[in-house]
Each structure stands twice: as structure tokens, then as C-alpha cells.
Design a protein around this ligand. Structure first.
Ligand SMILES: [Zn+2]
Ligand SMILES: [Zn+2]
Length: 287
């Protein structure tokens, strides 16, 4: 059974955040690469996809595969124009996402490289790019099974679950816990339960954890979760490992360390075994 390797190339949300305070957890926006045998699954094309692209091209690894975009907010697509493997004619990339508001995913994705935004258009990229819209039904990416769920985020956004020969990874970012957003009700609890069921038993959950409690009070409805609710989700869904993800651009390395320690305490008080850490750019997790 070939190993599943999860590589973090960008762990930040909202906007790239380089500087001395973000050196350890990184400043690039969302990009995670899952390598499984000869399969390459890339989750989001934030600025982290740029170094990933060079790495793939230089390491002799296959530079074809699948790109799964949660949604087309800037922090999740802005690295794609700099994704070197998309410029090589021998490569083929399947690019998946949900239909956007009022426009197809492909139209929105192409627009970010329109003449007023970027000097090179998607059509000038030499690789074969196949766009496909997810529709809620599971589908296959090579031998892997991919499931999707709509997240609670302004506009349209999906989370992905990858089931790979007995191993599973859930990539669920840009998601706000339903009950904190709309109050406790049968409805919000049902929606949160659906999210937990989607994550159920995963080997790794990579999940939106953008806010502290105090920040959340000012940013309710912005489409992101408090880290403590993400820990609660992971415990509820009985996942094995949790990577807190989509760090706020204002979050320094030291603050992330403090959150990770608090999150570990929270897990320690539960009767469950969950490995919790904050996703760090450059980190690899082997499943
Ligand atoms: Zn985001
Ligand atoms: Zn977003």
C-alpha cells in the first residue's frame, strides 16, 4: 500500500503574510498537496502553489494531476498564474470546483488572468487544463474517491474528502461553524452534524481555525471558525488527527504556538485521542 503524504505549502488565510513574525508557520496562502503513489492532488491554489510547482517540476515527480479549489476568493486562486507546471505542454491538470455565484467556475477562474489583471491568459498556458464543476455527487480522481460538502462561507465554497485505499483526508476550509453563526437551533445543529458526518473517522482533518473567541465576536458571519469550535468538530467526528489551518494574517508564530497549546489542553480534557497541531508551511504528514 503506497503511503499518503500530505504537504503543506501555504497555511495562511485571507492574504499572504510574509515577515519576521510568520517565519515558522509561513506566510503563503492556502495550498496543500496530497501525494499518493503517482497521484497528485492539490487543494487550493493560494500563493503556496508557486513553490509547489517548482518543487514538482524539479523533483522529476509527475507534474500532472488534480487541483481542487474550494472557492475562488483571492487567497485560494492567486498563486495559479505562477504555477509553473501549467506552462509545460506535456502536463495535464484537472481543475475542480463548484459553480460560482452567477457564473461557471471556469469563467471565474479564467477571469483572474484576464488582460486587466495579469499579462498571461489561461489560454496561453501550454498544459492541458480540464475544468470540471463538482455537483455534490462523489467522483473519482484516479483511484481515489472524492466527496464534497458545501461549507458555510460567503458565496459558494466546498470542502473535500479524499478516500485513498483505506486512508482519508478532509480539506475543509473557509467554513464557519453553523451554530455560532446563526445560534443554536435544531436546524443549525443538523447542519453541523452533516459537517461532522462528512469528516467522520478521517485520518487527517485540515480545517479552518481562523479566529480566537474575541476576534470572532467582531467577525461573526465572515465565514470562518473559532479554533475551539474546530477542535470540537474534530472530537465529535472522531478524526485521528487535526491540522488547524487558514491562520489569520495577523496571527504571529508565537500566537499560533499558544493556540496549539490551548487546543492540546482542550483535547486532553476530553476522553478522546486526537492529535492536534497547527498546520505549518513545509510540514509533511505521512498517513
Ligand atoms: Zn480563504
Ligand atoms: Zn473565502
Amino acid at each position: 500500500m503506497s503511503e499518503v503524504r500530505v504537504e503543506f505549502w501555504g497555511t495562511r488565510g485571507s492574504i499572504p503574510s510574509p515577515g519576521p513574525k510568520t517565519l515558522r508557520y509561513g506566510g503563503n496562502t492556502s495550498c496543500v498537496c496530497i501525494r499518493w503513489g503517482d497521484q497528485v492532488y492539490i487543494c487550493d491554489a493560494g500563493t503556496g502553489i508557486r513553490p509547489l510547482g517548482f518543487h514538482l517540476a524539479n523533483s522529476g515527480a509527475p507534474t500532472s494531476g488534480h487541483v481542487f479549489i474550494g472557492h475562488t476568493h483571492w487567497d485560494h486562486i492567486q498563486g495559479f498564474p505562477f504555477f509553473f507546471p501549467a506552462y509545460l505542454p506535456q502536463n495535464k491538470w484537472a481543475i475542480h470546483s463548484a459553480k460560482g455565484v452567477g457564473d461557471s467556475f471556469e469563467a471565474i477562474f479564467r477571469r483572474q488572468m484576464g488582460i486587466n489583471y495579469f499579462p498571461v491568459e489561461v489560454g496561453d498556458m501550454a498544459a492541458t487544463l480540464d475544468f470540471s464543476q463538482v455537483d455534490g455527487r462523489p467522483f473519482n480522481a484516479g483511484p481515489g474517491k472524492v466527496s464534497t460538502i458545501y461549507t458555510n462561507h460567503p458565496g459558494i465554497c466546498v470542502g473535500y474528502r479524499f478516500d485513498m485505499d483505506g486512508r482519508s483526508v478532509v480539506y475543509l476550509t473557509d467554513h464557519e461553524t453553523h451554530w455560532t453563526h446563526m445560534g443554536r437551533s435544531e436546524y443549525s445543529e443538523r447542519l453541523d452534524r452533516e459537517v461532522a458526518d462528512f469528516c467522520r473517522g478521517a485520518d487527517l482533518l485540515i480545517c479552518d481555525s481562523q479566529y480566537t473567541d474575541a476576534e470572532y465576536e467582531k467577525k461573526r458571519g465572515w465565514g470562518h471558525s473559532r479554533w475551539r469550535d474546530t477542535v470540537a468538530l474534530a472530537l465529535d467526528a472522531e478524526v485521528k488527527r487535526l491540522s488547524l489551518f487558514h491562520h489569520d494574517p495577523e496571527r504571529s508564530d508565537d500566537m499560533i504556538d499558544a493556540i496549539t497549546a490551548e487546543a492540546s489542553d482542550l483535547v486532553g480534557k476530553s476522553a478522546k485521542s486526537l492529535l492536534v497541531a497547527s498546520a505549518r508551511e513545509g510540514e509533511n504528514i505521512i498517513l
